[in-house]
Design a protein around this ligand. Structure first.
Ligand SMILES: Nc1ncnc2c1ncn2[C@@H]1O[C@H](COP(=O)(O)OP(=O)(O)OP(=O)(O)O)[C@@H](O)[C@H]1O
Length: 313
């Protein structure tokens, strides 16, 4: 693997007729990390990935893999692996033949085919026609194709889409291990929750623009840090005491409050001083989705679009 495992996108712009699909994107995907590329349907994720992979031409800007545009890579399969469409294999071909054909076209040895079939758990189905494969098996075959050249940069477009929980767990583990080997791994998804246990970094896209470029840990820490869940029989007095001290307090149910803006130790002190009884006090760990909502409280645009995506319309 080369050391230049990066994707650099600079001022990328692409328009289809009246639709601006990608609107001035700049970001870097770094080695040793899983970078989540998130946004609702139509946000421009697939277009960006196609531009990075030289499958479409940008109107402006550039996308570089290890410092060079895709078209200038000497051995593309060994420099970047991608799965954009899991149904790309010919249905009458066996999994093994499909990969042998790819390996041959990319100047790779046949032994790599055996290795990647093993790696994705398809060894026993290698001689079956792809047409009879389940969606999960097709995803695995697409991933095998991406891994064929042992590339330092990997791109997966919605790899989790339509998979059962076992398949989702497998893909998460694979993404993590590929990043742990020092590769740059870019994974798109239209759902933040799908990236919960796999992404180290997040690029959030809305209507062709980059809304957020952040580390997942920083995002979660910022959103989780200030929240404490408090259970008390005397909700009214607890709210009054804490609000007077500058906290933001909200009711969750008859005897539970969430408190933000004060550290847990200060909450305990205040409740003690004012003799407000409580039975439970716990730090709250935000989910990735909650953390992102907190960060973009004012970005109604993304949310409106995201909501439509969640509704499936
Ligand atoms: N070849 C094309 N011709 C015309 N419009 C296109 C083309 N490709 C993409 N678009 C439009 O560009 C916008 C971005 O689409 P894109 O597929 O990149 O979004 P996406 O974030 O990948 O969405 P999805 O999650 O649905 O795949 C959409 O409005 C789409 O209709």
């Amino acid at each position: 693997m080369s050391l230049e495992a990066t994707i650099d996108v600079r001022g990328l712009r692409k328009r289809y007729g009246p639709t601006v699909a990608v609107d001035g994107l700049t970001f870097t995907v770094r080695p040793g990390q899983v970078t989540g590329f998130v946004g609702p349907n139509g946000a421009g994720k697939s277009t960006t990935l196609r531009l990075i992979l030289g499958l479409d031409r940008p109107d402006e800007g550039a996308a570089l893999i290890g410092g060079r545009p895709y078209g200038h890579l000497r051995k593309p399969l060994s420099e970047v692996g991608a799965m954009l469409d899991a149904s790309a294999a010919h249905p009458a071909r066996s999994a093994r033949h499909h990969l042998l054909w790819l390996a041959h076209a990319g100047g790779l040895p046949a032994r790599r085919v055996t290795e990647v079939l093993d790696q994705v758990g398809l060894a026993s189905a290698a001689r079956r026609a792809v047409g009879g494969f389940s969606l999960g098996m097709r995803q695995r075959l697409g991933i095998a194709g991406a891994l064929l050249g042992d590339p330092p940069v990997l791109i997966f477009d919605e790899p989790v889409n339509g998979l059962d929980p076992e398949g989702v767990r497998w893909i998460r583990g694979l993404l993590r291990s590929l990043a742990a080997e020092g590769r740059a791994v870019l994974v798109s998804s239209h759902l933040m929750s799908e990236l919960e246990d796999s992404a180290d970094h997040l690029l959030v896209l809305g209507r062709g623009r980059l809304l957020t470029d952040t580390g997942v840990r920083e995002l979660l820490d910022a959103a989780s840090g200030g929240h404490t869940r408090l259970r008390t029989r005397d909700r009214g007095r607890a709210m009054a005491v804490l609000a007077r001290a500058g906290a933001r307090v909200a009711s969750l149910d008859a005897d539970t409050l969430t408190v933000s803006g004060l550290p847990a130790e200060r909450i305990v002190e205040l409740l003690g001083e004012h003799r407000v009884p409580f039975t439970e006090l716990a730090g709250h760990r935000a989910s990735l989705e909650e953390a992102y909502m907190e960060l973009t409280r004012d970005a109604a645009d993304y949310r409106a679009a995201g909501q439509r995506a969640e509704d499936g319309s």
